[in-house]
Ligand binder design. Structure first.
Ligand code: ADP
Ligand code: MG
Length: 354
């Protein structure tokens, strides 16, 4: 899949095409506090946000190919859920086009429900039902006969290990169990496109594996295409064919996990653990500080091979060594690539930028 060089625009193997998609949420109606003091800064920031609203999707373009597991990766607030809610016809974009399996979803949002299965980030409508009824009802809503809906229900509950919970109402289950039950319902009726918004949130490892196995099986046996939202780079690395990295409403990269990692292949991840405070009086250590992601006693750095060698020489010899508890060198992970691309945990400062 990674070696294909098709031109996505006129490739009939493209299931979902998005162009120039924009969605701005209206400005929150926050009263402008703090104006009386005549101070600068905070009121201006408030005013700015107040006038602009939140541009949650800011000119997104994507092509999802048939049969691939395509990931949308990004920190909280990046706009992932906003994007998929537009693709599923639940939210109207301000601007842009969405074509899914030949249908214009901006013009005909109601068609989305007939061609794709969507697992939203929050479960809602099904919560009053039992696990079995949630699956069966979804099957009936998707046009299966009662008999077919029941057969599909039994098969999927069995596949996901949910049979023992079949008679329990969703609202009485743990978060992870409820999520798995909603996932089960989403799979009923064999839609050609699955859109899953953080499907494994709250699940234990057994349930997670069941989800990925079920997704994989559908791709292998039915050619199902999967659009998967996640903020978990580790998970992403293992299951995704291609990834679009989303940051503040924009696609900042789109590639295979391996391709993304290649972009930082020349770099080495260096981790330093200090015994207590870092010895900033040592000039070589002070020089590393601006590039470090600091969490407590731990510094993480991404450096070129020569820089990494010099850094290690500096901290393992001379005055810094006494202050050093531990250090490691590693080749970059997808997370490193993601951080290098500028993906930023909102609110967390000091992430390494390329
Ligand atoms: N219904 C809404 N009204 C106003 N702002 C929203 C709404 N939903 C999301 N946002 C804002 O839009 C941005 C993107 O949110 P979201 O799409 O949920 O991101 P993600 O799924 O990547 O965490 C965030 O800044 C969020 O606060
Ligand atoms: Mg979300």
């Amino acid at each position: 899949m990674s070696t294909r060089t098709a031109r996505p625009e006129d490739d009939t193997d493209v299931v979902c095409t998005v162009r120039d998609l924009v969605k701005t949420y209206p400005a929150p109606r926050t009263p402008l506090r703090g104006l009386r003091g005549g101070g600068r800064g905070a009121p201006e920031a408030l005013q700015l946000q107040g006038s602009a609203g939140v541009r949650a999707t800011d000119g997104v373009g994507l092509d999802v190919r048939r049969g691939e597991i395509f990931g949308l990766l990004g920190p909280n607030g990046a706009g992932k859920s906003t994007l998929v809610r537009q693709l599923t016809g639940l939210l109207r974009p301000d601007h842009g086009t969405i074509r899914i399996l030949g249908h214009d979803i901006v013009r005909h949002p109601e068609r989305a429900a007939r061609i794709l299965a969507y697992l939203g980030q929050e479960s809602t409508a099904l919560d009053e039902l039992t696990v079995a009824l949630a699956a069966e009802t979804t099957g009936r809503l998707r046009g299966l006969t009662t008999g077919a809906a029941r057969a599909a229900r039994d098969a999927i509950l069995d596949e996901l290990g949910l049979t023992p919970l079949a008679a329990r109402p969703l609202k009485k289950l743990s978060g992870g169990q409820r999520r798995l039950a909603c996932f089960a319902a989403a799979l009923i009726g064999e839609r050609p496109l699955l859109v899953l918004d953080e499907p494994t949130t709250g699940m234990d490892p057994v349930a997670r594996r069941a989800v990925w196995a079920a997704v994989d099986r559908r791709r292998a046996e039915q050619g199902t295409t999967v659009l998967l939202v996640t903020h978990n780079v580790i998970e992403a690395e293992t299951v995704l064919d291609r990834v679009a990295v989303l940051d503040r409403g924009r696609v900042i990269a789109c590639d295979t996990p391996a391709g993304l990692k290649e972009r930082v292949a020349e770099q080495v991840r260096v981790e330093l653990v200090w015994r207590s405070d870092a010895p900033l009086e040592v000039p070589e250590v002070a020089a590393l500080r601006p590039a470090a992601v600091v969490s407590g006693r731990r510094w993480a750095l991404r450096l070129g091979p020569d820089e990494a060698r010099a850094a290690v020489a500096a901290v393992t010899g001379g005055a810094a060594f006494a202050a050093l508890d531990d250090f490691t060198l590693a080749t970059p992970s997808l997370e490193d690539a993601y951080l290098a691309l500028g993906g930023s945990e909102s609110g967390v400062k000091g992430l390494v930028k390329a």
